[in-house]
Ligand binder design. Structure first.
Ligand code: THU
Length: 141
């Protein structure tokens, strides 16, 4: 499952160098591996209107979707912190849209992966596309 996480880390760390984080000063890089095996990276992009800023994971997922991916098998988030950064709550849900309980989520600092989680452990009992697919016709408005 951890196969190739070195490539994921390299992509995330390279993207982190381009983080636009003038307000928090907190640069984050992320990378996801699409079902095809290709890697997509992103960084956080903040905004003067603070809530409009986006996380690195959202950027990486957008790149994957734009390239035609419909699922991910792994994700990695990287920041220069003593305690490895895990995806924020909103990004756990974003990852859930394209991954499953078994999707590996790596937390890294500048020297590499420091912790490994499953998405199911980070977002247990999650809401996902299957819920929308299983509504009965009578309950749809
Ligand atoms: N951030 C991410 O990009 N990903 C995370 O998983 C945690 C937080 C960003 C958002 C904001 O630009 C900065 O880090 C500080 O919260």
């Amino acid at each position: 499952m951890n196969k190739g996480k070195g490539d994921l880390f390299a992509a995330a760390w390279a993207a982190r160098a381009h983080a636009y984080a003038p307000y928090s000063g907190f640069a984050v890089g992320a990378a996801v591996r699409g079902a095809s095996g290709a890697i997509y990276a992103g960084c956080n992009v903040e905004n003067a209107a603070y809530p409009v800023g986006t996380c690195a994971e959202a950027a990486a997922l957008s790149a994957a979707v734009a390239a035609g991916e419909t699922g991910i098998t792994e994700a990695l988030v990287a920041a220069d912190t003593a305690e490895p950064v895990t995806p924020c709550g909103a990004c756990r849900q974003r990852l859930r849209e394209f991954g499953g309980d078994e999707t590996a989520v790596f937390a890294a600092d500048g020297s590499g992966v420091k912790a490994t989680f499953s998405l199911g452990a980070l977002l247990p009992h999650s809401f996902g596309p299957r819920h929308l697919a299983t509504t009965s016709p009578e309950s749809r408005t």
